[in-house]
Design a protein around this ligand. Structure first.
Ligand code: ZN
Ligand code: ZN
Length: 350
């Protein structure tokens, strides 16, 4: 059944979760919207897992390459690699006659994270970079141009904004028992290891499960504290903390809509609204790899009136991009970050 399948996606030990439902209420179980964003952010909100995937896109394959590139402890790396293999993002390949020697490579599902990463990278370059340009310059091989990928509608191939998209229940729509948050503690530089990265900068802003979900609610039009609180069943102190962070980072602006008692709503700034594309890419990946063919929600592009999937394309030639059609040039000296110095473009990596 759908429920057990959804539960299987996340191999997390059930922890004692504080249910928002009071004790006396028998059988009342907190539920949450079934959602492909929620089922994907588990991967992205674990900074180590994200960094291991990122290094794989940069060509790391062997345990020592990941370890030295990220200065990660052996135990943590072993745990994350095992988890990524379990989740179908990476696969082990023996590379020597000694059976215990394996390389780790991205699976098809792993490689398909690339467009999502690209959309987050472009967001990071646009809004979070202090220098004029981001750490990497992308070159699209098909058109041989410097490329800044954009998110477009699969039907009309045009760009869209949050205002042009309506949400329609899909075949997997419904509610499931609310999941306990994995780990809500986070430190500011969790994602900023190994090398300068605009994807890391983006995840630094939105990269914990609650921030993703609060943002999702904003795109559904739930902007008031109480609405978000009841939709997500989130503890008020955590919600207050995450909203304050998102305001600090410039994703929301806080406005009072009632003064006695004081009540606030959290409205997306232009920067916050620009997270729509990355968020839909996260949803699209989850729909494809985590929904068993039953996406909980469909997207309708109001301009072309069609149900669509978001596609990341080259802004120069309009072709959908993949990890295999992109090269990059580093705008930083990788030697400073323990890597090899190379100004050559290397295929298929971010
Ligand atoms: Zn369209
Ligand atoms: Zn192109």
């Amino acid at each position: 059944m759908g429920l057990s399948a959804a539960a299987k996606e996340k191999p997390v030990k059930s922890s004692k979760k504080k249910s928002p439902v009071r004790k006396g209420q028998k059988q009342a179980i907190a539920t949450e919207r079934r959602c492909s964003i929620a089922s994907t952010v588990g991967i992205l909100s674990d900074a180590w897992a994200f960094l291991v995937i990122r290094e794989a896109f940069f060509g790391a394959k062997r345990f020592e390459e990941f370890r030295s590139g990220l200065e990660i402890t052996r135990a943590t790396l072993t745990d994350r690699l095992r988890r990524l293999v379990h989740e179908g993002i990476m696969r082990e390949f023996p590379y020597s006659s000694t059976l215990s020697r394996v390389e780790y490579k991205l699976t098809k599902a792993g490689i398909e994270l690339y467009p999502m990463f690209m959309s987050m990278m472009q967001f990071g370059d646009r809004w979070l970079e202090t220098s004029k340009s981001g750490p990497l310059q992308l070159i699209h091989e098909s058109c041989n141009c410097v490329s800044k990928p954009i998110v477009t509608c699969s039907c009309c191939e045009q760009r869209f904004s949050a205002r042009d998209v309506s949400y329609v229940d899909g075949p997997g729509a419904g509610r499931i028992p609310a999941e306990a948050p994995r780990r809500s503690r986070r430190t500011a530089d969790d994602f900023m290891r190994g090398r300068p990265s605009s994807v890391s900068r983006t995840l630094e802003v939105i990269g914990d499960r609650w921030s993703f979900l609060i943002l999702r609610e904003a795109f559904y039009g739930h902007t008031r504290f109480d609405q978000v609180h009841s939709e997500l069943g989130i503890a008020t102190n955590i919600l207050t903390d995450r909203l304050a962070r998102l305001v600090d980072h410039g994703v929301f602006r806080k406005e009072m809509y009632q003064d006695a008692p004081e009540r606030y709503e959290y409205l997306l700034t232009p920067m916050g609204a620009d997270l729509h594309g990355p968020l839909l890419m996260i949803m699209a990946w989850g729909d494809r790899w985590r929904s068993q063919g039953r996406p909980p929600m469909l997207l309708r592009h109001d301009a072309c009136e069609k149900i669509f999937t978001p596609v990341v394309v080259c802004n120069r030639c309009g072709e959908a991009i993949s990890a295999f059609s992109m090269k990059y040039r580093m705008r930083y000296n990788p030697e400073k970050f323990g890597g090899r110095k190379s100004s050559r473009a290397v295929p298929g990596r971010i």
